[in-house]
Write a protein that binds this ligand. Structure first.
Ligand code: ZN
Length: 481
């Protein structure tokens, strides 16, 4: 298996990706603050890391994928006041919105979507440890992280300490020992949600939650931490400082991956300039699969511009892919009726399918170069369009179709569903259910006779096929992931 190379922000270089523990990949991606409709730039981050996850799974890794909901912070509080609703109500509304977008963008559901408010005990414990270890201090119920006491601060963002001082002086806070210090715990203000803590009632600073959730669900160090480039400083820099200071570890994360900005009509998108488009607006106006495809048309670290032309191109690209699939399906049904001799085209198409897969992997192995990978898919599309009419063997056509479905699937485009809507789909679904149920019966039998290796093998093999088994108190259940 060819190695995947990833660009690690920490080392500013491409490195061979080697998971910390065997075949298991533990991955954390900073999720949305659920106070407003995510903008299309947020959607880029969702799609990028979903594609990375899909590719790692394709390469045979088992991925645990955690992405959080920030459901308490200044933005949440301000917005809930504006709207005259509880913070929890606001959170519920936009978590639902996020999950809808996730479905429309065909994101594989996260293994867990933890929320900040569910981890108050963990957060308080971490802040206590930071104080105990000499990196934090409290002033009238506010707790700060003392940046100068943490020697390697700035290691991720590579911002020199002096520059940090001049930046920090802009917002003066009398309580801080040093202008660079950042907040770990904020004392309660009247009318705001708060939690009991050793420093009195209050709530956590934003950076705290990602440290504790990473530790809670994945353990330190874990393999991949993802997020937008805007999170490198201060969010991720502070995460490293907190985790290292509290738990005495060298580094919480092996590979830091950051996606580039999304611009709109070449203007840097910012909410204050009011030139943003929400993911909702975009998804309401365009085919969802085309939006997903558009979001991965650029290499993830590069800036991506959102404009009409780019969306139109994505729509056309999707059409071309679908048309090629239809061309193959059409030819297969002809061959099923009349049959034909194999010809030179068979050999050429078989070769093109094989080469498409190899070249696609080459591109993706190079720091998930999705535009290169997409170009390889289009090389296959061209071969399909040229050769299919002369191909005489249905097996070669099915293989080409399967390769195309699999490769575009890694980019998050689902062509397989369309194939299942045709004649015989209901029958196929019925047969699948029967087969999976039968395998689960065999697995139960294996468990009863304590053959756990066999039971695990059945679960794992089904898992590889995208069939997830869950053991409930009423027996095992399954679903397609
Ligand atoms: Zn985060």
């Amino acid at each position: 298996m060819k190695m995947v190379n990833v660009y690690n922000t920490r080392t500013r270089s491409k490195e061979e990706f080697v998971p910390i523990e065997g075949n298991n990949v533990r991955m954390y991606v900073c999720g949305p603050t659920v106070y407003d409709y995510p903008h299309i730039g947020n959607a880029r981050s969702f799609a990028v890391f979903d594609t990375i996850r899909r590719y790692l799974e394709y390469k045979g890794y088992r991925v645990v994928y955690i992405t959080n909901f920030t459901d308490i912070d200044d933005k949440m509080i301000n917005r809930s006041k504006e709207d005259g609703i509880e913070v929890s109500e606001l959170a519920a509304k936009f978590i639902t919105e996020y999950l809808t977008i996730a479905k429309q963008l065909n994101l594989i559901p996260a293994t867990i979507n933890p929320r900040a408010t569910e981890h108050m005990d963990d957060i308080i414990e971490m802040v206590e440890l930071i104080i105990k270890n000499g990196y934090g201090y409290d002033v009238d119920g506010d707790v700060y992280f003392n940046v100068p006491s943490f020697e390697t601060y700035g290691g991720l963002s590579r911002i020199p300490m002096d520059d940090l001082s001049s930046r920090a002086r802009v917002e003066v806070d009398e309580k801080k020992k040093d202008p660079r210090d950042f907040i770990l715990w904020k004392a309660e203000k009247p009318g705001e949600p708060s939690w009991e803590s050793p420093w009195g009632k209050g709530r956590p600073g934003w950076h705290a939650e990602c440290s504790v959730m990473g530790k809670h669900y994945l353990g330190f160090p874990f393999d991949i931490h993802g997020g937008g480039q805007d999170l490198i400083f201060p969010h991720h820099e502070n995460e490293i400082a907190q985790s290292a200071a509290a738990y005495g570890i060298e580094t919480p994360v092996k590979y830091w991956l950051h996606n580039g900005f999304l611009t709109i009509d070449s203007d840097k998108m910012s909410k204050s300039e009011k030139n943003f488009s929400t993911a909702r607006e975009v998804l309401d106006n365009y085919d969802h699969q085309a939006v997903r495809l558009y979001l991965v048309t650029g290499q993830y670290r590069q800036p991506l511009d959102y404009n009409d032309k780019a969306m139109k191109q994505a729509i056309q690209s999707l059409e071309r892919i679908k048309n090629a699939a239809d061309t193959i399906r059409g030819r297969i049904s002809i061959l099923e009726k009349i049959g034909s001799r194999e010809s030179d085209a068979d050999r050429k198409l078989a070769e093109a399918s094989k080469k498409a897969r190899e070249d696609f992997e080459k591109e993706m192995d190079d720091d998930f170069n999705t535009p290169g990978a997409l170009a390889e898919i289009f090389t296959l599309v061209r071969e399909i369009n040229t050769l299919t009419k002369d191909v005489g063997g249905a097996a070669v056509l099915r293989e080409a179709l399967a390769v195309m479905i699999e490769l575009v699937g890694i980019l998050g485009v689902n062509l397989a569903d369309e194939a299942q809507t045709g004649e015989g789909a209901g029958q196929a679904a019925k047969a699948l259910k029967g087969i999976v149920d039968f395998l689960l019966e065999l697995r139960e039998g294996a468990r009863k006779s304590k053959d756990f290796a066999k039971a695990d093998q059945i679960r794992d093999r089904l898992g590889e096929l995208g069939i997830e088994i869950a053991d409930t108190k009423d027996g095992p259940t399954w679903k397609m992931s």
